[in-house]
Design a binder for this molecule. Structure first.
Ligand SMILES: Cc1cc2nc3c(=O)[nH]c(=O)nc-3n(C[C@H](O)[C@H](O)[C@H](O)COP(=O)(O)OP(=O)(O)OC[C@H]3O[C@@H](n4cnc5c(N)ncnc54)[C@H](O)[C@@H]3O)c2cc1C
Length: 472
């Protein structure tokens, strides 16, 4: 007699029925909930998950993974769904494991400048809750992202030039492995030279090696003085030259962000910015003790004016500063509003700072030759920038945008850069990894994946080109 192995659908139903006694009120198959969990930002929905489970504790995550590992059912961790490279798009018969209900600050050690939080807490909520301590967490991707999702994508943002990325600001983690086993990595200390650095292994692993349930974070003191200004330029070259010189001179600037003229025009309209022209613009923030801030301001102003900057405009009040940075964070939505029915695809290249001018000059030529609208903006102090390629919602439109993206990435890689400074790989950047890392490094990554997730149930099809295949 032939014994047929159960189908993927049957295995999924077995898992759900085994989990129901524990998680009955945390499992949803409502269409609107499945739709919400079918995609992140920027990528269209490819497929609905079969079910969404809302975890409320590390033990819930462990229970789900234990069953999924035994039954070989794929699981995609879901934070806030703000990732932009198709990271959370599920494969067939998959469970989307949502951590957004895990929002507790587990411990706050103000005197040591650290805290431990559950992975579903957002960075905005953390900062609101710890405001009275005089401390804050500086990593600030534009969306209302969760700290677990930010770990998983190795996120950064406008403050990375001063405070670093998630990699520099996470001290330790609680992680549930594919088998359901719970481990802790790292600790509370600022440095340790014991063992393999497992914390760094999970930072940027995009839910493919384990699911993060708690994060030990470094906090920073709020600076005495904050000061923000903008400077406009007649051309892109002069603005980039200024940003490069600020970093090369070692000015400890808090933020230095660029928007080109097309992005400025969109942001002036979208964010109702007054008194600004649609010209290439640098946004600056200075922080520290008053005398140190004054020193940074003077040095930056000298560099900007020597590069034909059109003068500094200051955001004096806290409200003006907040408005300016909100406009910067809303740049994606401003670009989207240029053609509301179109699709916006973000590139995310980074190069060593001295190559930035050369890269952006080439990219500007590529954009002009493509005939597409593609405003450009970026965290130029890190050598990182985005072009927001606006294209129609059609396979042809998508292919035209990808063609431009490939040219831009090709230029960045040729200048010792990376295809993603902060958004990650997901599915969107898979094709560039072999060129960026080489087959040797990729085969080590594949071996790690196979060891840590032998049935390949954790977010299959992401991060690793030709990675181990999930066989449902
Ligand atoms: C307008 C806009 C601006 C943005 N600006 C920036 C920016 O400046 N810098 C930047 O870095 N990013 C930026 N992003 C991208 C996005 O905000 C980040 O990638 C963010 O870190 C994703 O967090 P999330 O909670 O939304 O994760 P999700 O999108 O839910 O998940 C992202 C990935 O992490 C995995 N994951 C989620 N939670 C966990 C967990 N607890 N354990 C293990 N894996 C997990 C998922 O499976 C997926 O692979 C921007 C996005 C938008 C829409």
């Amino acid at each position: 007699m032939t014994v047929l192995s159960p189908s993927a659908e049957e295995r999924l139903q077995t898992v759900l029925s085994r989990l129901r006694p524990r998680l009955e009120n945390q499992i949803s198959t409502a269409t609107s909930v499945l739709e919400e969990h079918s995609h992140g930002e920027a990528m269209d929905a490819a497929r609905l998950p079969a079910a969404v489970i809302f975890a409320e504790s590390t033990e819930d995550v462990s229970a789900v993974l234990k069953e999924c590992h035994i039954a070989r059912v794929p699981v995609v961790a879901f934070g806030a769904g703000t990732s932009v490279e198709g990271h959370v798009t599920p494969p067939e018969h998959a469970i989307s494991l949502d951590l957004s209900r895990m929002t507790t600050i587990v411990e706050l050690n103000a005197e040591d400048l650290d805290c431990r939080v559950q992975a579903g807490l957002t960075r905005q909520s953390l900062n609101t809750q710890i405001r009275d301590t005089g401390l804050f967490f500086p990593v600030d991707p534009g969306g209302e992202a969760t700290l677990g999702g930010m770990c998983a994508t190795r996120a950064s943002g406008t403050a990375a030039v001063r405070y670093g990325t998630m990699k520099e600001n996470v001290l330790g983690l609680t992680v549930v492995l594919a088998t359901g086993e719970i481990i802790r990595t790292g600790g509370r200390v600022r440095k340790s030279s014991t063992g393999y650095d497992l914390t760094s292994l999970f930072i940027g692993s995009e839910g493919t090696l384990g699911i993060i349930t708690e994060v030990q974070l470094r906090l920073h003191g709020r600076p005495d003085t904050l000061s923000a200004a903008i400077c406009q330029f007649e051309n892109l070259h002069d603005a980039i030259q200024t940003a490069m010189e600020i970093i090369q001179c070692g000015i400890p600037i808090n933020r230095v962000e660029l928007m080109d003229s097309m992005q400025m025009e969109a942001s002036i309209r979208f964010s109702k910015l007054e008194g600004l022209r649609p010209l290439t613009t640098l946004f600056f923030e200075f922080a520290g003790a008053p005398a140190a801030v004054q020193e940074q301001v003077t040095a930056t102003e000298e560099l900007a004016l020597a590069n034909n900057g059109l003068g500094f405009a200051w955001a004096e009040s806290a409200e003006d500063r907040a408005r300016l940075w909100k406009a910067r964070h809303d740049a994606f939505w401003a670009a989207k509003a240029i053609e509301p029915t179109a699709r916006v695809i973000s590139t995310d290249c980074i190069v060593p700072i001295s190559r930035l001018g050369e890269l952006i000059e080439g990219v500007s030529q590529d954009i002009a030759a493509s005939g597409l609208k593609a405003p450009l903006l970026g965290h130029v102090g890190d050598g990182n920038f985005h072009t927001l390629i606006i294209t129609e919602h059609s396979p042809e439109g998508y292919e035209r945008a990808l063609e431009l993206d490939r040219k831009i990435v090709g230029r960045a890689l040729a200048l010792d850069g990376s295809c993603s400074g902060e958004h990650g790989v997901g599915m969107g950047k898979l094709e560039f990894l072999a060129t960026e890392h080489g087959e040797g490094a990729l085969s080590v990554m594949r071996a790690l994946k196979s060891t840590m997730d032998p049935h390949h149930i954790l977010n299959p099809g992401k991060l690793l080109p030709n990675g181990p295949v999930y066989r449902g």
